[in-house]
Write a protein that binds this ligand. Structure first.
Ligand SMILES: *[C@@H]1O[C@H](CO)[C@@H](O)[C@H](O)[C@H]1NC(C)=O
Ligand SMILES: *[C@@H]1O[C@H](CO)[C@@H](O)[C@H](O)[C@H]1NC(C)=O
Ligand SMILES: *[C@@H]1O[C@H](CO)[C@@H](O)[C@H](O)[C@H]1NC(C)=O
Ligand SMILES: [Zn+2]
Length: 368
């Protein structure tokens, strides 16, 4: 079975160049394109922070844009989904109408620190208490659940200390996942335009959930202050066990923009997770192993780093780069991330010469 990941629909330009009407027109246009390309495929669509006007300002209540978007997505939403979508941009449905399987689509734009409308609200649009109840019922009904959203919790791996969620929301999101990890079989987010993942651990430190950050179809030159931060367009297919919802493998395709601009556009396979990182599947335990390999092995770090920009930035990932990526992947919690940065940034007690020799040997040994 295959699923496809959504990213923001509209261009990342100043608000003055857009408006409610252009934003809705773009969402409508893309909805039509997806529908005509995948006519018989069920689509679970989540709102991105740019799918609003003004951008990021998702209200914690009914709004015209939620309502219009729910109408545009009419064919993709069940009646009950449409109702919750209109009041908060979120919904839940059985996965492909099957008993025992569920999808929860969240509007995490409500937790984004750029959103001025939700700053002083404990639980915007009551989404967290709603999700808590949905997941509790899922456990009662023996369901397995996929969570889909756009803006992820935790940190941006390309910029030190850059988080998206407000602190309190970040904490409450982690609490939600820890509480319900037994039913959650995967979390699928975007927003970064890059390819990465986030680990969630139990209070005892065992891996309980992985959040997959799917690269964008659209390239983005990334945040100010990041040098050469672009990405090639990427498309991803998750392969999953239809009985357990275990993610068995992840297949990523990309379009080499440099080549497309010189010669012609050509989509190519980029990598398959199990081959590239030598793990049996994409379970939390396997993703933890992937993370440990990236942390401790320069070859895996470099491979991951090239995948991160969808093969766009092929420069070497040096010490600071390693800390940024490793800590963002491993620690979604704000305080744990700060500790990780200190620990990973200053842990090298090995003599300089030995470290140099070791890294020279390792870089000679890297196999594709
Ligand atoms: C979407 O917009 C593009 C560019 O303006 C246009 O060529 C295309 O016909 C539109 N498609 C639909 C289905 O609205
Ligand atoms: C799923 O169930 C809903 C409500 O019962 C129905 O409207 C819809 O057509 C079903 N979809 C599929 C793909 O079977
Ligand atoms: C992308 O294409 C350019 C131009 O042909 C080439 O130099 C570069 O190596 C390609 N990148 C990858 C990852 O293959
Ligand atoms: Zn976004």
């Amino acid at each position: 079975k295959k699923t496809y990941q959504p990213i923001d629909d509209t261009p990342h330009v100043p608000d003055e160049q857009l408006g409610v009407e252009p934003v809705l027109r773009i969402i409508s246009n893309l909805t039509h394109i997806i529908k005509s390309t995948f006519p018989n495929t069920k689509v679970y669509s989540a709102m991105g922070n740019h799918d609003y006007h003004p951008k990021n300002q998702m209200p914690p209540e009914k709004s015209n844009i939620y309502e219009q978007t729910a109408n545009l997505w009419h064919d993709w939403l069940h009646a009950a989904s449409k109702e919750t979508f209109k009041i908060g941009g979120y919904y839940t449905e059985k996965l492909l109408n099957q008993t025992g399987f569920r999808v929860v689509v969240l509007n995490t734009n409500l937790y984004y620190d750029q959103n001025k409308l939700t700053e002083n609200i404990k639980d915007p649009a009551d989404q967290l208490s709603w999700a808590d109840k949905v997941l509790q019922d899922a456990a009662k009904n023996n369901e397995k659940v996929y969570i889909i959203g756009h803006v992820p919790p935790g940190f941006f791996e390309k910029k030190r200390d850059k988080a998206w969620f407000r602190k309190e929301f970040n904490k409450r999101y982690i609490d939600l996942i820890q509480k319900h990890s037994a039913v959650i079989q995967g979390q699928f987010f975007g927003h970064h335009h890059t390819d990465s993942f986030r680990m969630f651990y139990s209070s005892k430190g065992s891996p309980i959930s992985a959040m997959f950050l799917t690269p964008g179809v659209t390239p983005w030159t990334t945040l100010p202050g990041v040098i050469d931060g672009g990405n090639n367009p990427g498309i991803r297919i998750f392969e999953y066990d239809t009985k357990t919802l275990l993610i068995k493998d992840i297949l990523t395709y990309y379009l080499n923009l440099t080549y497309a601009n010189k010669v012609y556009e050509r989509w190519e396979k980029e990598y398959r997770l199990t081959e590239a990182f030598r793990v049996p599947d994409a379970s939390p335990a396997s993703m933890h192993r992937v993370m440990e390999r990236i942390t401790s092995d320069k070859c895996y770090l470099q491979k991951y780093f090239e995948f991160n920009s969808v093969n766009y930035d092929l420069t070497e990932c040096h010490a600071d780069c390693r800390v940024d990526h490793v800590c963002a992947m491993r620690e979604v919690d704000f305080e744990a991330y700060e500790k990780c940065v200190v620990k990973e940034g200053g842990s090298s007690t090995a003599p300089v010469l030995f470290t140099l020799l070791l890294s020279l040997m390792l870089s000679l040994l890297c196999l594709s």
